[in-house]
Design a protein around this ligand. Structure first.
Ligand code: SAM
Ligand code: SF4
Length: 445
């Protein structure tokens, strides 16, 4: 490892789960725009549905997601009422011929829902949309608050894939992030889903947490490997205390520095690859027979996915949708979301209409993040003369690269193994919005 390299390329950059990234959305895009975009969806558009559940039983201090800890069920029940209204409204605006390829429930923790509500909400999706036979239905789970009734409800609802968060099994790390979760609790959740026939299990790991070390991470990985999940994600902790108040409860001095973070990420990938996992993109790993290791890779708000649908419809507070015309985001505050849904059935508060330049740069950034290269020929076919400017930028980068992070690949370039940990920083060279607006991001590794 070259510490100079790590220091040079660990400046904050986006994770590129979309392009343009969410800080560049504006309030020019509202429910009226969204209604128009939905009406323009072409026959045969393949859909993906995302439903956001912004509640948890308790709040982890490291959490960067849009969620809130609740003690009573009332706010959840009220939220479900708004959600049903929104789903019904959008289903009535979207012609029934569109087929749904993927469903994802994220959060927050969808397992805060009562078992009957889990089944009823899934039925609503099925009644109002045409779901393709065998479509993936993935749900994010907090294993600390999961009982048999909920596990079996998710199975009855038709869930096919589960994502479970595991941060570090070390107690000092767990105390510093306010998330106490033993290996036994995690194992019980995994075995519970398997006993109900849900075999596709993702485990989300995080490195760069307060007090975390390579040794604590290694111990955590060795335990997780006993469970043999089909996919493992390894996210670098994004510490943004200026934006997220609860992260101020984590003392910055207890966080590993960029060199240690890099070493942790390296240790993680070495251990996982030695155990037979294939490395996918920047931070995902999958067993060789998992669809992520076999098929066309795409990037969306959950990270890497096999979901290649043409449009993503988001339901719930803060949910983001991606249509051929651009991105839309619902209001993030549950109360304002509910008010807007009650008044007009939609809660779009921000978004961005894509220009041809956005589409071209988005294409290159997504391919780099997924494949570590981009296809120059396809770029030319899709974007014509406009692509020459971008290819010139790619050549200028190759000429300027003293660190062997990229190498020539015909007209385009390929990220080298040495450059792979810095692929976000390389992708950022094609981002024409960067620095045009104050947007805070997590470190580049
Ligand atoms: C939003 S949670 C949803 C699942 C469930 N609530 C749980 O915590 O297990 C999904 C994952 O996002 C990741 N995550 C949340 N906050 C993060 C942060 N600040 N930096 C990096 N990853 C984070 C963690 O891996 C977490 O398990
Ligand atoms: S990490 Fe998961 S359980 Fe913890 S607060 Fe965030 S969404 Fe909730």
């Amino acid at each position: 490892m070259n510490p100079e390299l790590v220091k040079r390329y660990s400046a904050p950059v986006p994770r590129y789960t979309s392009y343009p990234t969410a800080p560049h959305f504006s309030d020019d895009i509202d429910a009226r725009t969204y209604r128009g975009w939905l009406a323009e969806l072409r026959p045969g558009t393949r859909l993906s549905l995302y439903t956001h559940i912004p509640f948890c039983d308790e709040l982890c201090w490291y959490c960067g997601c849009c969620t809130k800890a609740v003690r009573r069920y009332e706010p959840i029940a009220e939220y479900l009422t708004s959600l049903r209204t929104e789903i019904a409204k959008i289903a009535s605006d979207v012609p029934a011929e569109h087929e749904v390829l993927h469903i994802h429930w994220g959060g927050g923790s969808p397992n805060v829902l009562a078992p009957d509500d889990v089944v009823e909400l899934a039925d609503l999706h099925r009644r109002l949309f045409r779901i393709r036979e065998g479509a993936e239905f993935a749900v994010e789970i907090d294993p600390r608050h999961l009982d048999d009734a909920r596990t079996s409800a998710f199975a009855r609802a038709g869930v096919t894939r589960i994502s479970i968060g595991v941060q570090d099994f070390d107690e000092t790390v767990q105390a510093a992030i306010n998330r106490r979760q033993s290996f036994e609790v995690t194992e019980r959740a995994v075995l519970g889903f398997r006993s109900h026939g849900i075999e596709a299990i993702n485990i989300d790991l995080v490195y760069g947490l307060p007090h975390q070390t390579r040794a604590s991470l290694q111990d955590t990985v060795e335990k997780v490997l006993q469970l043999r999940p089909t996919r493992i994600a390894a996210f670098g902790y994004a510490h943004l205390p200026e934006r997220l108040k609860h992260q101020r409860l984590i003392a910055t001095a207890t966080l590993p520095d960029s060199i240690e973070r890099f070493a942790q990420a390296n240790r993680l990938s070495r251990l996982l690859m030695r155990a037979g996992y294939e490395r996918i993109g920047l931070d995902h790993f999958a067993l060789p027979d998992d669809p992520l290791a076999k098929g066309q890779l795409a990037r969306n708000f959950q990270g890497y996915t096999t979901d290649t649908a043409d449009a993503l419809i988001g339901f719930g507070a803060s949910a983001i949708g991606r249509l051929p015309q651009g991105y839309v985001q619902n209001h993030p505050a549950a109360a304002e979301y509910a008010r807007r849904i009650a008044e007009e059935g939609l809660a779009t508060s921000r978004g961005i209409a894509l220009t041809d330049n956005d589409r071209m740069r988005g294409f290159v950034i997504e391919r780099l993040m997924c494949d570590m290269t981009f296809p120059a020929r396809e770029l030319r076919q899709r974007f014509g003369d406009r692509s020459e400017e971008l290819l010139r930028e790619a050549h200028a980068l190759l000429d300027a690269d003293q660190d062997r992070l990229i190498e020539s690949d015909g007209d385009a370039f390929r990220v080298t193994d040495r450059g792979r940990p810095f692929v976000r920083t390389i992708a950022a060279c094609f981002d024409s919005y960067l620095d045009t607006k104050a947007a805070r991001h997590a470190p580049g590794i």
